[in-house]
Design a protein around this ligand. Structure first.
Ligand code: ADP
Ligand code: MG
Length: 349
């Protein structure tokens, strides 16, 4: 047989992260009746008695997801756990166990890995989850970290990306854009340090946004709050890639459209002032910044009185029929189609 000398090559950049996942997994369909949800949500859902077991995994790669020149290893350990717990929360579940796998080059001494595990332990203690296993291997360069989180929920309480209906209210927890602006400040200080290593930066004014970047939290408290308030979200996702990307996921999976109102997007004053300093548009940063790990969910309009006035929750818009599309309604009442400009590991972001 003649070999094709120039076999067709498709660049991953062209496919994008979600296109790639879809392409690689589309021929897999669940064989087990216990697989309630496979690929495509924040966590996989497996039936276990009358409960649903939730499983989610994420990996962090040095140079792509973190830079050790401004990310202390202890924080990296903490963050690597939290981002996975966030995915369990995004299913309306409670995280219970994690496994941690590392690939590490001999550039790292034992003390460095001890630091990493101090952060992992802190997250386990704060979130009451157990480290139950993992894997350790070497890498030729850099540090690779992969964490799997396990959790559970009552089967009927599991909240998927696909449950939003037209007229549901779109709600976000906390505030947005802080993690990205924290990263901007850290990157700037790194450049200043390169030029003048004796410079002692005053990072105090930026402490909130730097903490949002270095020490994010999973909103386990919001999952409990919603239960206390008697609110069952109709769909939910966590905000890892930026508000607009996550809204589009909810719209896509739920087959609905959405209007999100610029004036409603919750921003901390320090995010607004940092955006002014960096000459960035704070709405754009909230829409595209990513890594805030807040929860984005929809609720039935009848549940509005239950969440009204809660300082942790902000209604940012409402869902519409699918053919209306997903739009940002600006302060000038212009309607602009939402685009996913979130962070993308294959380079577009
Ligand atoms: P999240 O941002 O919530 O962590 P991702 O965007 O990473 O979710 O993943 C979306 C979905 O695709 C998830 O269900 C995830 O388990 C699945 N997935 C991602 N990469 C792969 C892969 N290489 N093979 C199979 N499933 C994958
Ligand atoms: Mg997620």
């Amino acid at each position: 047989m003649l070999e094709d000398k120039e076999p067709e090559r498709t660049s991953l950049e062209k496919l994008g992260e979600f296109g790639l996942i879809d392409h690689l997994t589309r021929t897999f369909s669940p064989k087990q009746p216990s697989t309630l949800r496979a690929v495509g949500d924040d966590a996989a859902v497996v039936k276990f008695g009358d409960r649903a077991l939730l499983v989610s995994t994420d990996q962090l790669v040095e140079g792509i997801h973190f830079d050790l020149s401004y990310m202390p290893l202890k924080h990296l350990g903490y963050k690597s756990v939290v981002v996975n717990l966030s995915d369990i929360c995004a299913m309306n579940g409670v995280p219970t166990q994690i496994t941690v796998s590392i690939a590490v080059s001999n550039r790292f001494p034992l003390e460095a890995l001890e630091e990493l595990y101090t952060g992992i332990k802190l997250a386990c203690d704060i979130y009451q989850v157990d480290l139950v296993g993992g894997d350790t291997t070497s890498s030729d360069r850099g540090l690779y970290l992969s964490v799997t989180a396990i959790g559970h929920a009552a089967e009927e309480e599991v909240t998927y990306r696909s449950g939003a209906r037209p007229n549901d209210l779109l709600v976000v927890s906390g505030d947005l854009g802080g993690a990205f602006m924290g990263l901007k400040v850290l990157q700037r200080e790194k450049e200043v340090f390169k030029v003048n290593p004796n410079n002692q930066p005053d990072l105090e004014p930026y402490s909130y946004i730097i903490e949002r970047q270095l020490k994010p939290e999973a909103r386990k408290d919001i999952v409990s709050l919603l239960k206390e308030l008697g609110v069952r979200p109709t769909s939910m996702i966590d905000i890892s890639d930026g508000l607009s990307s996550e809204i589009l996921h909810l719209c896509d999976k739920s087959k609905v459209g959405c209007n999100v109102y610029e004036e409603k997007i919750p921003l901390d004053p320090t995010v607004i002032s940092a955006c002014e300093e960096f000459v960035l548009d704070s709405t754009m940063i909230a829409l595209s910044g990513g890594e805030d790990y807040e929860l984005l969910f929809t609720i039935d309009q009848d549940d509005y009185p239950k969440i009204k006035g809660n300082p942790n929750l902000t209604v940012v818009g409402h869902m519409t029929e699918a053919d209306r599309g997903a739009h940002l309604i600006t302060r000038n009442e212009e309607s602009i189609p939402l685009k996913a400009q979130g962070w993308n590991s294959f380079g577009q972001g």
